[in-house]
Ligand binder design. Structure first.
Ligand SMILES: [Zn+2]
Length: 346
């Protein structure tokens, strides 16, 4: 059995439509009554949106029900599905902790409550029957003020048991007016020895070369090979990896045809830039990681050896994979204990 690493998945977008529907049936009759049946709800939930902003709006539907009390319910189902259907050995789960706190509290009380959210998510992610190695990425958010984003970094620094990195999310077209702030925040995160990734170069309106040097991985980054391939040698030199989430670009209207990704992969392979294939929002898309892989093969975007290279890259660039090499290599060592060379690291 092949085991996979998933580096880019949002807690909000990870709830598959059937699980969300069941939850609403039990707890929110009003919402259920707005839909004729499950099929209508699934269509509403998974249909492509015209823009990234419109798409992100849908996250608020799930965020509103993922509270300190309900998070264990959703996380249990998420890990069960990821283990049984996706063969995940490793999962980095990302979210903005502030958006899971109680809205009726003051900003400073909400900041205080974030630590509880991280703890709840961390504990709920340890499930004996579904033993996936998990860690959290805390997302700063373009809609949140500087103090809250800085508190998210402080929390990441204090919670290394559960948290492996920080990110920025909320639509990459919205960073421009506060670019100095984002640079300051990332400098601060790095000064505390926190790993960094960031949603960047996803859309043509979200390209900020000033932020690139601060990131260890790049969330999406597809516009770099598509529009600014001259930046690729710098990425290769810094050892940065792109977290490419194929289905997202169709669901957000960023790409008109998934086959446009062929150029993304080709240019990155040529330049020596690693790509980890990820789902972003496996629930919202109703597309699990193995189907992302299969789609790329079906559309002749990558070959099987290239897929393997991306799967290996995901383990190499994982922020908290504890074994230094991927499970297949570990298994090889057990089955074939004779001295063998295993490629580790880039
Ligand atoms: Zn994302």
């Amino acid at each position: 059995m092949a085991l996979y690493a998933e580096l880019h998945r949002h807690l909000g977008g990870s709830v598959v439509p059937r699980v969300l529907w069941r939850y609403f049936q039990r707890h929110d009759g009003d919402l259920v009554s707005r839909f004729q049946d499950y099929a209508e709800f699934e269509d509403f939930y998974t249909r492509p949106r015209n823009t990234l902003d419109e798409y992100l709006e849908l996250h608020t539907l799930v965020e509103s029900v993922q509270t300190v009390d309900t998070l264990p319910y959703f996380i249990y189902r998420l890990l069960r599905g990821a283990y049984v259907f996706e063969n995940l050995a490793y999962l980095e789960l990302r979210y903005t902790p502030y958006l899971r706190t109680s809205e009726d509290l003051s900003q400073s009380d909400r900041i205080d409550q974030m630590a509880e959210i991280v703890e709840v998510v961390g504990k709920a992610s340890q499930i004996t029957e579904y033993p996936i190695v998990t860690s959290q990425i805390l997302c700063m958010h373009s809609r949140l003020p500087y103090e809250v984003n800085r508190a998210i970094i402080d929390l990441a620094a204090q919670s290394k048991k559960y948290v492996c990195a920080v990110d920025v999310a909320g639509g990459d077209s919205h960073y421009a007016e506060r670019l100095d702030e984002w640079i300051k925040l990332y400098e601060y995160a790095l000064s505390l020895d926190i790993n960094t990734t960031g949603h960047l170069y996803e859309t043509t309106a979200g390209c900020y070369p000033e932020l690139l040097p601060y990131l260890m991985r790049i969330g999406h980054g597809i516009q770099i090979p598509l529009l600014y391939p001259e930046l690729l040698p710098d990425l290769a030199r810094r050892g940065q990896c792109l977290e490419v989430c194929p289905t997202t670009y169709i669901k957000t209207g960023t790409l008109a045809d998934i086959r446009l990704l062929k150029q993304v992969f080709e240019r990155c392979f040529d330049a020596g830039v690693d790509i980890a294939i990820c789902t972003d929002n496996a629930g919202l898309h109703n597309v699990r990681l193995p189907f992302e892989y299969e789609n790329l093969l079906t559309y002749d975007i990558i070959s099987f050896p290239q897929l393997k290279a991306c799967q290996d890259a995901a383990f190499r660039h994982a922020f908290a994979w504890p074994y230094g090499q991927q499970p297949a290599s570990l298994l090889n060592g057990i089955l074939n204990p004779s001295p063998m060379k295993v490629a580790v690291g880039s």
